[in-house]
Design a protein around this ligand. Structure first.
Ligand code: C5P
Length: 222
């Protein structure tokens, strides 16, 4: 029996990362960014010159992923094979590559145990696509966040601009639509709400409103 888990699934750019981080801080719980594991697999494969089309070779990379989640003065850091990749895994290119390797069932199997190991006391906020449907099926609270592709593109552009990057709305929107398509239509663990998930459309909600909706749900289940 593992620690309590709140799963937060939904498409890219819906704000799960922001909300999960805030929830974990507020509750004092651990946080699993499962997308980072798929991004790390894609980056490691590219670094080793492995073609993303080579399912078996990519699966071996996932099975032997040498990654550490550490904390230093500037916050939480992700270390891949002794190299800090905290920012490097956040590019749109790595995101797209992540969604390619995420379609391989052997890759998903390899990452399953690693993800479940995050469920330790006092609890875990698990952010991803299949947290409620595959990884933590017995979680007492499952949230599925959604927002229109246009709203998600607007948010993503704003986020990129805040980081000082240039961002073209049409390109970002096209990426979001393509990634949704791939995540929803794959055979293994497609993006969809768990039967017992609470659906939360955040298109017209602020961060505070989303936080309050989730905390209310959590409180009503205690
Ligand atoms: O959430 P993030 O954008 O970091 O995820 C990158 C990609 O990893 C997603 O587009 C999706 O294809 C994949 N992913 C997944 N299952 C998860 C988390 C992410 O398939 N639990």
């Amino acid at each position: 029996k593992h620690a309590p888990v709140i799963t937060l699934d939904g498409p890219g750019g819906v704000g799960k990362g922001t909300i999960s981080t805030l929830l974990a801080e507020k509750l004092g719980w651990h946080f699993l960014d499962s997308g980072a594991l798929y991004r790390l697999t894609a980056l490691a494969a590219s670094n080793h010159g492995i073609s993303l089309k080579d399912e078996q070779a990519v699966a071996l990379v996932a099975e032997h992923l040498d990654v550490q989640f550490a904390n230093d003065a500037s916050g939480s850091q992700i270390i891949l094979e002794n190299e800090k990749v905290t920012e490097a895994i956040r590019t749109e290119e790595v995101g797209t590559n992540a969604s390619i390797v995420a379609a391989y069932s052997r890759v998903r199997d390899a990452l399953l145990k690693r993800q479940r190991a995050f469920a330790v006391e006092p609890g875990l906020i698990a952010d991803g696509r299949d947290m409620g449907t595959v990884v933590f099926t017995d979680a007492p609270l499952k949230i599925f966040m959604n927002a229109s592709a246009e709203e998600r593109a607007t948010r993503r552009v704003r986020q990129l601009q805040e980081k000082g990057a240039t961002a073209d709305y049409d390109t970002v929107l096209a990426d979001i639509v393509a990634r949704d398509e791939r995540d929803q239509n794959r055979a293994t663990a497609p993006l969809k709400p768990a039967d017992d998930a609470v659906l939360l459309d955040t298109t017209c909600l602020s961060i505070d409103e989303v936080m309050n909706a989730i905390l209310d749900e959590a409180a009503s289940r205690q």
